[in-house]
Write a new protein. Sequence first.
Length: 298
Amino acid sequence: MIDAQPRVAGEGISLSQVPGTEIVMRVGGDDRFVDVVMTIDGSGAHYTPTAASGVRIGKKTTDLVSWFKDDPPHIYFADGNMLLASELLKLPDDHAPPFDPERLVVRDWTGVDIRKEAQGRDKDATSIQRRVIDELLQSGGFDVVFDDDGAGESADVVAIKKEGDVITVAMFHCKYASDATPSARVGDLYEVCGETQKAIRWRERPDLLFARLRKRETAINKRYGLSRLEKGTVIDLIQWHNRWSEFDYRFEMTAVQPGYSKSEAIRQQDKGQLEILAATQSLLMDTWAIPFTFQCSP
C-alpha cells in the first residue's frame, strides 16, 4: 500500500491519489489531456489510459502506455521517497533535519470557511485563497499579485516584485481542510506539501513561469473577459519575460493549510507528519535554497 501524496517530475503531468488506491496521472495541457490509471501488482506496474493517446518525441510518435513502460514517470512522494515503475526507492531516515513544529506560522482565519479553497470568479471573500490575496494586497510589498488557481496552475497565488536586478517570486499553495475543525491530520499535509515541492521546476526556468502566466491571463480574458491579475499588469509580465536572463531570482514557497493546527502538531509530535514537512523543507533548500513557510491554524 502506498501511503503518501505523490508528485510527478516534469511539466505536463499532474497526479492525484487517495492513499491506498490506484494513482491517476493527467497527461497533457490545460485543454487537451488524457488520464492514465497506474496500478501495481506482483507482475509490475500497469498503465491504463482513459482514451487512446500518443506521445510525439521529435519526429517520432509512440503509444503513451509504451512510452511509460520504456521510460516510467518518476513519482515523488511528499515524504521524499520516489516510485519508479513498481520499485519504491526510500530515503534513509536521516536524509533531512527534523522539522520543528514551532516553525509553523499561525494565521487568523476568522471569517474564512477553511473548507473552501478557491475564490472563484466571484472572488469569494470567505475562501482561503481570497484571504491570502487580500493580505498580499494590504501589505503592498509586491508589484504583481496573480490568481493562478485551476488546472495546470503553478501555484494558487503568485506574487512578484522587482528590486533592482533581483526578482522575488512568492508562490502560495492553498489547500482546503479535510474537516471543519483544525487538527494535526496527515491527510491535510500530503497534497499541499506535494504541490509545494512540485513548484520547484519554475525556479529552474523563470522564463517559462512568465510565459505561462501571460498565456493564462490571455486565455481567461479571451474566454470570460476576466483577469487573473489582482495587482499589476500584463505589461509587467511581458517586460520581465523579455529580459528574464538579466535578473537574479529569489523564490519563496508557502504552503497554506488552515485545517492543520500548530498546537495539535506540537502536542502529537507525530513523526510521519514532521517527516513530510522536513522533506519539503529539505528539498526546497537543497535544490535552490528556497525558504519554506507553512501557514496554519493555532
